[in-house]
Ligand binder design. Sequence first.
Ligand code: AMP
Length: 146
Amino acid sequence: MPYNHILVAVDLTEECDPVIHRARELSVSNGAKLSLVHIVEPMAMAFGGDVPMDLSQLQQQQFDQAKERLERLKHKYAELEGANCHLTYGQPRQEIHHFAKEQQCDLVVVGSHGRHGLALLLGSTANDVLHGAPCDVLAVRLQNKS
Ligand code: AMP
């Protein structure tokens, strides 16, 4: 059965190249719709909860920066033309699952570093997304930085 709607999750780094290419290839070969999502993690979340200062301005800057990077990405990859690009706040796993369910995606494509040792114990977004995913998940192997 071909996929109908593929969701590619990107962290907006240079590393998302192979992830986008793979998702695009699959969308063409399956005749599937392609959507892209990036999640901006709230700063308070990154600091582990309560932070005794107002982070709203920094948070807005972070969101604006992500918006700019997403625009640059859309210009860089002609293959994203026509793709439904989505930017939101939250926790990546939760938001990716939510979006996939809401938009009835049948495949989520993420990058994976194939971590080992301590990094493996700490987990990864790809692992996180796999658990409890509402559809198939493809982890595209990324080069580990040495
Ligand atoms: P990481 O485990 O953080 O190295 O990320 C691995 C992959 O998870 C990335 O290549 C993306 O596909 C996805 N990912 C990580 N962070 C985000 C994010 N904030 N929004 C959407 N996808 C993400």
